[in-house]
Every structure is written in C-alpha cells, then in structure tokens.
Design a binder for this molecule. Structure first.
Ligand SMILES: [Zn+2]
Ligand SMILES: [Zn+2]
Length: 749
C-alpha cells in the first residue's frame, strides 16, 4: 500500500478497490459453514487416539500427539513445535516486499504538491516518527469515508527496512498479526480429527520445497484414500473442502466445470490475475506481448491466444504450467465475472476466442452516451440507488459482467460498446439498453430507435426483473465475501428502485411506490412528467391473486385430505409473503436450518419458498392441504390462499389466428424468453417438467437467465406429448397473466 501511495500521488480513490478488494474477495470467498452435516466427523473426537503417524505424499512421516490437533487457546502453550511443518510466506508477500525496497528511496509528491525526498536509511529516529505520523494522518483521511474504515488499523504502522532481515519491526509485525489472527471468529474452534492428515498433506504441498499452488481434486482424493483410519467419505471430503474454503485456507469452487482443481495457495489466483489486471507501470516490455495490455484497457477485449501468450511469461508459466490448469483458471475467472464470454458463443458448444474484461477498461463512454436531449421521448429510465455511502468499483464491474449474461453487448464498428463503468447492451434491432454508474446510483436506459411508445412493456419488465435479480446476486456475493452472513431477501433492502425519464441535461427519477400512486409529478426543473410509460418497467402483478368473493367458504372439506401436487405448491409459493414464510414453515413441522439451506441455493423468493415446500413434501408425513391450512391459520388472517392455488384457470382470452391444438414452432418460442422475465421454475412446473430437468437447465446455463427460460420451453416442446399452444398458454397465463397472452399471442403469430 505504501508503494501505491508513493507512485500514485494519493490519487488512488478507485485503485485500492481494484488492488485490494479483488485479492481480498478471492482469498476470503466465503461459503456458508454447513456444520450441521459434519456431526459424524465430530464424533471422531470421542474415540480420539493418543497419537498416530501420517505418511505424506512426499515420503515424510509425521508423528502427532492428539493435543496438537485441537486448535484452542488453552492448549496453545503446551504444544511442542518439534514436528511442526515449517510455514512459508506466500510468494505474493515476498514480491511486494522486494518492490517496496526498490522504490522506497524515490522522491514523491504529496497531494498538496510538496516533494518528499526520503532519507537513504531510516536511521534518524525523529525522521521516522515524523513520517509515521504523516502517513497515519494521510491514510486516515483517505479511508475516512469508506464503509469499512473501522476495520482499518492505522495506529501501528510498521516501517520495515526490507534489506535488513533483522529489522526489529519484523518481529513486532509478526506479533501483531498473530494477535489479530487470534481474534478471528474461527480461531480456536475444534476441528474434526479426521481432517488432520489431509491438512498436513495440504500444508506440505505449500512448503517452499514443493511449492504447489494447485492440486487436482482426484489427486487429493487419492491421498485421502491412503489415510487408513482417517479416510473421509465422499461427502465428508466435499465438506472438508468447503469448510477449508470458508476459512480462506484454500479455494474450492464446488460447481460443475470448476471442481476439478483446488487452489491450495489462494494468493496464486491473485498472482494469475496480475497477468492482465495490472497497472501500467507493471506492463511487460516483451515484444510479443507489449501491445496486449494497452489494447485491453482501450477496448476491454482480451483474446484467448493473448491470454496464453501472457501466461507464457516465465513467472506465469511456472504458476500455471499445464493446459488443464489454464482452462480451469479461465473457467474460474468466468465464474467470478472477471472474464465475460461474449453472448453469441455461450451455449453453442464451442468456446469463445475472446473475452470481455469490465474491470480493466479505462476508455470513457463517448459523449453521445450521455446526450439526454437526444434520448428524450425515446427512453424510459430505471435507477437502483444503493444505500451504501461508497460503492466499490469492483461491485460495478461485477454487475456489468453479470448483466452481459442477461443481454449481449452491443457492437459498433466491430468494437464492443464496453466502457469505464458503462456499457451498451443489445435488446433487438430497435432497442438498446444503456447502463452506467453515477455515484451510488446505477442508471439503466431502455432506448427505442424511434419512440419510447414502441417499447414493449413485457420486454421492459422482463429486463428489469433480470437486472434486479443480477444486482441482488452481485450484492450477495459482495457481502458474503466480506464475511457477512446476509440473507438473500434482506439484500432487497440495500437499494431503492426508481423509475425515470431523460429531462434536460440529466435524468429525473421517482421511487416506484410513488410512481404507482401518481399520474404525474413535477420535478426540480419545474417540468411535469407522466408516470404511465415509466411503469412499464414494473410488471402488473395482480393477476392470479384476485380476492375470493365475500361468501367464499374456503376449499371443500374433501379436498383437505388430499396431497398437494408440485403445481399446487408452486402456486402457493407465488401467493405467500416471504416475510412470514419462516414462521409458516416451522408450523409445517420443518426446521430453521432447512429454510436457511434452501435460501442459500435459491436466489429468488418464489423459487426458494417452492423448494422449501418440496422438502416438506419429501418428509412424507401428513402432507395434506389440511396441514397447510392449519399452518397458514397460525401466521396469517387471509384464509383464501388455497382457493387461489386450487382454482383452475381454464378460460383463455379470445385470440384468433392460430390453432390451439397446434405445436408452437421453435422460432415462435424463441420470441418469448426476453419478454417472460425470470420465471424458470414456475414456468417449468406449470408446463409439467420434472424438477430434475429444470435443475439440469440451471447447471447447463448457470448465469444466462433468458437462456434458461428458452431451454425450459425447448425441453417442454421435445419431451411433452401435449405440446400445444393451448397448454403453453395456460401455463404462461398462470405465470405472467392474461394480458401477457393478449399482447404476445396475437394474430401476427
Ligand atoms: Zn425533470
Ligand atoms: Zn376463498
């Protein structure tokens, strides 16, 4: 950090985010600590052997006393260190140290323009103290507005002479770091004894002699199988990896396609990132590759071949020597939204020959991007105002990266319209979507070539729904990386959604709740704006929720003892209120941890409630409508939810021009996804797909929300004998309402 401050003249407002947040995010990527499933591991404690030997893959034998294993404060002093494995600092730190010593003697200029010429050696005590005080002052000021400033420790600043290995401050720094480590919440928690052999095998791989950064999961599994009495079962092994990941000891992405390797040295991934996410001063001078990084910061595009050329540099070749490993790294970077595959390649089977890298682009959007006068009458606007006082750039880069999975990037003159904190996404030939960041606000403009009257409400609502979901996912990722265990549904409280319009040289916005109640509003420029078109961003969600007539006596008694089907549970999930669901779920006889586990996997509230109801159904005990009704009675006044669930809506709006018994063509189906919004599970269930089929869609298209919907429609067409317009319309009517059918199933089709 000192290095950064010196070379950049303190103008580092966004760079700390890039340089520290990304490594921080990677090294601490967090997985919910699923300790409930490791009870059998814990049981090992009961019959803990007094000592045992471990054979490491590299032929060393360690004899361990059991008291080494329980990492608690109490036993700390009794541990003898004779057979401890030597601990090596990760390479990264060594590199920084060296750079610091090279640069520490350069003069530099402070923000106020004063040039400081550091002394050759900090032997002069007063000089040292003076500079410490100055740095503390500058650092405090620099980070004072940061949300995390309370976590930054200024008061002990270490000045280490990197050329002197006996510098007394090294020892002081070590002591301080150990103090901090002791305060970590995971410190001192007992660890299953069965993990010890693997832990030792892993930490030996990290030592200087072997210096492994990555290990194949199958290789580690092989060592596990040789650990005699301590062999972990497959699920225990998986759990071991996930908890090690959550503790930041290694990186393991237990997801399809990126679970072959384990990053045992988290800093290695950060070092790989430095091959292309780096500062101008570190760009390589090598002839072959000298142009790659300037091009990247101008266009945001990096070719796979260029990435490989960068990785041919000695340092990176040593880090990721094999083709397998390079492919794994690329997949991980895609998973983290650092590299973004251009949309046209995804799902087509082949892999992209170039990637977009939102976090490296320096090029500003052209001035036409912000010409609101030209957008007037052509655009409707949407804004997400984050309640945080400062929004890290990394968050926005990730948001852009994820949004590119929803809509493809627009290209003009062969150049993707990706800019610094801004992008143009392509909707169709007549519409585009511009997205940019202004302070703590994310602004989205949906622009039609001729007039905003031409913008289809279903497309606007659908884009809004997917972008909102994307934003909540990104915020969730960001918060969990910070070690916060935030519930998916609390994330909606972190930002306000507003709708708006271009006005003069800027935009005018109004909160959605207000817009719904007003036909017009007068803005600060004394202009009167109407809300009707702006509300196209929001889906009319009243369909399917019509209240019962006053004389409704609820569902017939005979039905009460029947079991609800998947469709019934899905419909129930879509009428329930997420805020009362937890209570309701407990009254069904389920446990809090079941609900928490589901929320961890399913992002959307309706999806999560449905999957939770499915786990209840799988318990098999008394799964009846009566049971649901009883549980509902305890949490809500409204006793007519089940009426809505059971009511079959067989009437379709009268639409002429095609046969209800015909099978829709694939080209017709392809027009639906970007209008249907995010409704993969509800639509799939209403279409009668099996849950396993729907889940396979999530696995094959993990991020592309519209592709998921399209895939569900295609599976339905292929696998269902009754794949008629009639059945499609009945399902869509349930999910998106009657008006949607009228707008999208007209004579033209
Ligand atoms: Zn205005
Ligand atoms: Zn009723």
């Amino acid at each position: 950090m000192l290095l950064r401050l010196q070379t950049d003249d303190y103008s580092v407002n966004y760079k700390p985010g890039k340089l520290m947040f990304v490594p921080d995010m990677l090294s601490r990527a967090y997985i919910k600590d699923d300790r409930d499933n490791i009870s059998d591991d814990i049981e090992c404690f009961i019959n803990m052997p007094r000592s045992y030997t471990i054979q490491t893959p590299y032929g060393n034998t360690y004899r361990r006393n059991t008291k080494h294993i329980i990492k608690t404060n109490e036993n700390f002093e009794n541990v003898s260190l004779d057979d401890e494995i030597p601990y090596e600092l990760p390479n990264e730190d060594t590199v920084i140290e060296k750079e610091k010593s090279d640069n520490s003697e350069q003069p530099y200029t402070t923000r106020s323009g004063r040039t400081i010429r550091p002394p050759i050696r900090y032997k002069d005590y007063d000089e040292l103290e003076m500079r410490k005080a100055m740095f503390i002052g500058e650092l405090t000021k620099l980070f004072s507005s940061n949300d995390l400033h309370e976590h930054i420790i200024y008061q002990t600043l270490f000045f280490i002479d990197a050329r002197n290995k006996d510098d007394p401050e090294i020892h002081q720094l070590t002591t301080r770091l150990v103090d901090i480590a002791f305060k970590q919440p995971s410190w001192g928690q007992p660890m299953p004894v069965a993990w010890v052999p693997l832990e030792i095998q892993l930490s030996e791989m990290k030592t200087a002699r072997i210096c492994k950064n990555f290990v194949k999961k199958s290789e580690l599994q092989g060592y596990n199988l040789q650990n005699d009495d301590f062999v972990l079962t497959d699920s225990q092994f998986e759990n071991f990896l996930k908890i090690q990941h959550s503790l930041g000891k290694l990186l393991y992405f237990g997801e399809h396609g990126i679970d072959d390797f384990i990053v045992i040295q988290p800093s290695a991934l950060v070092n790989v990132l430095r091959s292309f996410v780096t500062d101008e001063m570190f760009w390589p001078k090598d002839k072959e590759i000298v142009e790659i990084l300037p091009d990247l910061s101008k266009t945001g595009v990096i070719y796979r071949t260029d990435l490989y050329k960068l990785w041919e540099q000695k340092h990176f070749k040593k880090l990721i020597p094999t083709e397998d490993l390079r492919k794994f790294i690329i997949e991980v970077l895609i998973h983290l939204d650092i590299l973004v595959e251009p949309k046209q390649y995804s799902g087509a089977g082949g892999s992209a020959d170039f990637f977009l890298v939102p976090c490296t682009i320096k090029e500003k959007a052209p001035s036409s991007f912000f010409h609101t006068e030209e957008m007037d009458e052509k655009a409707i606007c949407l804004s997400y105002r984050l309640k945080k006082s400062s929004v890290p750039s990394a968050l926005f880069f990730k948001l852009i990266g994820s949004a590119l999975n929803v809509l493809p990037i627009k290209e003009t003159d062969g150049r993707p319209c990706l800019y610094y904190k801004a992008a143009v996404l392509s909707v169709d030939n007549d519409n585009e979507c511009r997205i940019h960041m202004e302070g703590n606000r994310i602004v989205v403009n949906l622009i039609n070539r001729t007039s905003r009257l031409q913008i289809l409400p279903d497309i606007a609502a659908s884009i809004q729904e997917c972008l909102t979901l994307t934003l909540t996912n990104v915020l969730h990722f960001y918060y969990t990386c910070m070690g916060k265990d935030i519930k998916q549904f609390d994330i909606l409280k972190l930002f306000d959604t507003e709708v708006g319009t271009p006005c003069g040289k800027g935009f005018c916005f109004i909160p959605v709740n207000e817009a719904i109640t007003k036909k017009t509003w007068t803005c600060e420029n004394k202009t009167v704006h109407t809300t009707d078109l702006l509300l196209n961003w929001m889906l009319d969600e009243t369909f399917g929720k019509e209240e019962c007539p006053p004389d409704c006596s609820g569902i017939p008694t005979v039905v009460l003892f029947e079991s609800p089907s998947e469709k019934h549970l899905m419909r129930l999930a879509s009428v329930l209120d997420i805020t009362m669901f937890h209570d309701f779920f407990l009254h069904l006889g389920m446990e809090t941890k079941d609900w928490h586990n589901i929320q961890y996997t399913y992002w959307q509230s309706v999806d999560a409630m449905f999957m939770a109801l499915m786990t209840w159904r799988d318990t098999g005990s008394m799964v009846t409508f009566k049971k649901i009704l009883d549980a509902l009675e305890k949490v809500e006044d409204n006793q007519h939810h089940l009426c809505k669930v059971l009511k079959e809506q067989l009437e379709l709006p009268e639409i002429a021009g095609f046969g209800f018994q015909d099978t829709p063509s694939e080209s017709f189906l392809s027009t639906l996804p970007n209008k249907l919004g995010y409704c993969v599970l509800p639509l799939g269930i209403e279409l009668g797909l099996r849950i396993t089929d729907i889940e396979s869609v999530f696995v094959r298209h993990p991020k592309q929300l519209f592709s998921q919907v399209y895939e569900v429609l295609k599976i339905w067409k292929q696998k269902t004998p009754e794949n008629t317009y009639l059945n499609l319309m009945l399902a869509i009517q349930r999910v998106r309402g009657k008006q949607f059918l009228k707008r999208n199933f007209g004579c033209d089709n």
